[in-house]
Ligand binder design. Structure first.
Ligand code: ATP
Ligand code: LTN
Length: 335
C-alpha cells in the first residue's frame, strides 16, 4: 500500500444487528465524509460478536449484508479499507501476546464486562472477559492515530493505550499510542416511540431500519410520539417536547436546514403535517441507500471480492506489526 502523510484512523463494528437511522446519521454518514482527510480502516468485528451466543447462519448473513449496507451508505471500498476481522489471523495472534501483558485486575474493572456478565449471567465466558485485549490487538496492529468510537468504548481504548505504553516501555517504540475520538457533536437520534432513549435496534418499534420499506418508514413516522400537551406547534424545546425536538433534529440533519428555518417552514401547521414531512424526507434519504444495498446484496461475488481485497490490504499492515512483536518478545522466526 502506498505510504501517505495522512493520519490513520481505525474502527470496528460488531455485525450484531440490523443498521438503523441512528447508526447512519450518528456514525456512518460522518465516516464516509472523512475519507479525504484520513487513511481509514473499518472492519466487522465478528470475532467479538461470539462473546455472546450467535445463530451461525444469521451471523454469516449479517457479516455480508452489513458490508453491502455500509458501502451503500457511501463508504467507498476503493478509498477505505473494509474487512472482516476473522479473515485477518493477525488479530487473534497478537491478542494472545497482549493477553500476557494485560492484568487480571485491569480486565475486572471494565464496565462492559460487568454489564454483560450481569446481562448474560448463564454465559460468562473467558472471551467476554478478554474482549478488550482482542480489541487492543485490533487497534495496535494498524498503528492508527485515532480510534473513533462511542462514549461506551472509551474505557476500552484507554486500556489499549495502557497496554501499548506498557509494551513500549519494555521493548521500545513498537506501537503507536492511539487517541480515542469521541464524537461530541454527532447527531444523537432518539427512538420515535421512546424519545427519552436513543434509537436502538433493541426497541424495534420506534427504530427505523435502513432496509425498511418506504411504507414502513412512513407508518413509523406517523406514529411517532410528539408531546403530551395540546400545543400542536413545531417548536424546539428538548426538555418539554423531546419527541418533537428529535423529529426536528432528524429533519435538520437530513435536509441541512437549521432549527429556526424548520420552525418557520411549519409555522401554523400542526404535527399532522410535520410528522409525514419528516417521514418523507427520511424515505427520500434512505430509498437510494436501500436500493443500492439490495443491489449489492444480490451480488455476493462482489462483496466477497471486497472482503478479500480488504483482508489482503489489512493483513499486509497487520503482519508487519505482528512480525515486529514476535521478534521483540523472542519468538524464533527462522534464519
Ligand atoms: P443497541 O441497539 O444494542 O443499543 P446500537 O444500534 O446502538 O446498539 P451500536 O453498535 O452500539 O448500535 O452503535 C454503532 C454506532 O452507531 C456507534 O458509533 C454509535 O455511537 C452509533 N449510534 C447508535 N445508535 C445511535 C443513535 N441513536 N444516535 C446516534 N448514533 C448512534
Ligand atoms: N467494541 C466495539 C467494536 C470494536 C472496536 C474494535 C472498535 C471491536 N474492536 C477496535 C474500535 C476499535 C463496539 O462494540 N462498538
Amino acid at each position: 500500500m502506498e505510504e501517505t502523510a495522512k493520519k490513520r484512523m481505525l474502527s470496528g463494528i460488531q455485525p450484531s444487528g440490523d443498521l438503523h437511522l441512528g447508526n447512519y446519521l450518528g456514525a456512518i454518514k460522518n465516516w464516509a465524509d472523512r475519507v479525504n482527510d484520513y487513511e481509514c480502516y473499518y472492519f466487522m468485528a465478528d470475532l467479538h460478536t461470539i462473546t455472546v451466543r450467535q445463530e451461525p447462519a444469521e451471523l454469516r448473513r449479517r457479516s455480508l449484508n452489513q458490508l453491502a449496507q455500509y458501502i451503500a451508505c457511501g463508504l467507498d471500498p476503493e478509498k477505505n479499507v473494509l474487512f472482516l476481522q476473522s479473515q485477518v489471523p493477525a488479530h487473534t495472534q497478537l491478542a494472545w501476546v497482549l493477553n500476557c501483558y494485560t492484568m487480571f485486575g485491569e480486565l475486572s474493572r471494565m464496565t462492559q464486562f460487568k454489564d454483560k456478565s450481569a446481562k448474560y449471567s448463564n454465559n460468562i465466558n473467558a472471551g467476554l472477559f478478554t474482549y478488550p485485549v482482542l480489541m487492543a490487538a485490533d487497534i495496535l496492529l494498524y498503528q492508527p492515530d485515532y480510534v473513533p468510537v462511542g462514549e461506551d468504548q472509551k474505557q476500552h481504548v484507554e486500556l489499549c493505550r495502557d497496554i501499548a505504553q506498557r509494551f513500549n516501555s519494555i521493548y521500545g517504540d513498537v506501537f503507536t499510542v492511539p487517541e480515542p475520538l469521541i464524537a461530541k457533536t454527532g447527531a444523537r437520534i432518539y427512538g420515535l416511540t421512546t424519545p427519552e432513549g436513543k434509537m436502538s435496534k433493541s426497541v424495534p418499534d420506534g427504530c427505523v431500519f435502513l432496509m425498511d420499506s418506504p411504507d414502513d418508514i412512513r407508518r413509523k413516522f406517523k406514529r411517532a410520539v410528539t408531546d403530551s400537551d395540546t400545543e400542536n406547534c413545531v417548536r424546539y424545546d428538548k426538555a418539554a417536547k423531546p419527541g418533537v425536538a428529535n423529529l426536528m433534529n432528524i429533519y435538520a440533519t437530513i435536509t441541512g436546514k437549521s432549527i429556526p428555518e424548520i420552525e418557520a417552514e411549519f409555522a401554523g401547521q400542526g404535527y399532522g403535517v410535520f410528522k409525514p414531512a419528516v417521514g418523507e424526507a427520511v424515505v427520500e434519504a434512505l430509498c437510494p441507500i436501500r436500493e443500492e444495498a439490495e443491489h449489492l446484496m444480490a451480488d455476493k461475488a462482489y462483496l466477497d471480492g471486497v472482503y478479500r481485497a480488504g483482508a489482503e490490504k489489512a493483513a499486509y499492515v497487520a503482519n508487519k506489526t505482528l512480525r515486529k512483536v514476535y521478534k521483540k518478545v523472542g519468538f524464533y522466526q527462522g534464519l
